[in-house]
Design a protein around this ligand. Structure first.
Ligand SMILES: [Zn+2]
Length: 353
């Protein structure tokens, strides 16, 4: 009973979604990493056509732009709605264009970590006034670590939420993690200089996704210290094919004990021109055992020539802080046998893994 306490709601929501789902002629799990200029928006489309969006880009003036960009990816995937929206946390670069997006595409189920722990006028007003109206006629679930989000054809596990991580390893995982030995906790965020411990980042709803033999993780902005809780002393995630790099590729996350232990074949960074992609984070990715490819949504001025990947692997080359209008995405297409491709929508370059 206790183990499954959060599941009945999710199952009830899933039944209606599966029942109404239009068939899609695809054998791949398609994942669009949408450029929201240093925010996050990652769209998963299962072979069944069922969709999961993680985050909705920036609040304020860029919200219309970001909703348009997410809607463009959804259109490319043939979607007429978003089945599940997971909002990792209540920072403006993650929940920002939710209302604007909901005006373009119906959203059927909303998942989050619960109340905002970092009071601020923007999210507090959004959560009081706007959010309840968006989920009023949809499903709303607060995620708990260990939950399974039922998505047809995928195994979608929540591995951290509300500052709590899973305590038992995922199936096949759980080996001792040799990278834990060198861990040094952060007392301040090395990027912002702010104290760590009770920010929204720690609350991030973090996901592990399995499609046949293909595995991916998307941990939102889960912090350096939370990575230690999740990954030490035992590696509870195992290894993955694709790592959607945490927190825009900033060194306030992305420790070796996470990245090197999950041993991604490919890392994809949703950074901005001046957010993420710093050398300290890039070094961890470049030195990760078994890494075969690193892709960036933007050229990063913070990493510069020394740390940027070759331009062919970068979706957007502009150096403006915020670039308006449309932008390019990176798209992963994964097969159940574990093979996958990554495509740069700017230049059409595709690589198979
Ligand atoms: Zn963020």
């Amino acid at each position: 009973m206790r183990m499954n306490r959060a599941i009945p709601l999710l199952v009830a929501a899933a039944v209606s979604i599966v029942g109404a789902q239009a068939a899609r002629a695809s054998k791949t799990l398609d994942i669009y990493v949408v450029d929201v200029e240093g925010g996050n928006a990652t769209l998963f489309v299962a072979p069944s056509g069922e969709s999961v969006l993680i985050d909705t880009g920036n609040a304020g003036a860029p919200a219309v732009r970001d909703a348009d960009r997410i809607a463009a990816a959804a259109k490319d995937a043939g979607l007429t709605r978003i089945d599940t929206l997971i909002t990792t946390h209540w920072h403006g670069d993650h929940y920002g264009s939710m209302a604007e997006l909901a005006a373009r595409l119906p959203i059927r189920r909303f998942i989050d970590h619960g109340p905002n722990v970092q009071p601020a006028p923007g999210p507090d007003e959004f959560l009081q006034k706007t959010y309840p109206t968006l989920y009023a006629s949809a499903g709303h679930t607060v995620a708990k670590p260990g939950d399974t989000v039922p998505i047809a054809g995928l195994i979608w596990k929540i591995v951290s939420a509300g500052s709590k991580t899973i305590s038992t390893p995922l199936p096949g995982a759980g080996r001792p993690n040799p990278y834990c030995a060198g861990f040094k906790a952060h007392t301040v965020n090395p990027v912002s200089g702010q104290p760590v411990g009770n920010t929204e980042d720690e609350q991030s709803v973090a996901s592990h996704i399995t499609f046949g033999k293909f595995r991916a993780v998307h941990l939102g902005d889960l912090t350096w210290n939370k990575e230690f809780e999740l990954m030490c002393p035992n590696n509870r995630l195992g290894t993955v094919d694709v790592f959607f790099v945490s927190r825009h590729g900033q060194p306030s996350s992305n420790s070796e004990l996470l990245v090197h232990a999950i041993r991604p074949r490919v890392a994809i960074i949703n950074n901005g021109a001046r957010k993420g992609g710093q050398g300290d984070a890039m070094r961890v990715l470049y030195s990760s055992p078994g890494i075969e490819g690193i892709w960036q949504i933007h050229y990063s001025l913070l990493g510069g020539r020394e740390y940027a990947v070759p331009g062919i692997f970068i979706a957007n080359q502009g150096e403006e802080q915020q670039h308006d209008g449309s932008a390019y995405w990176l798209k992963v297409s994964a097969r159940a046998d574990g093979h996958f491709t990554v495509t740069n929508n700017r230049n059409g370059f595709t690589r198979s893994y």
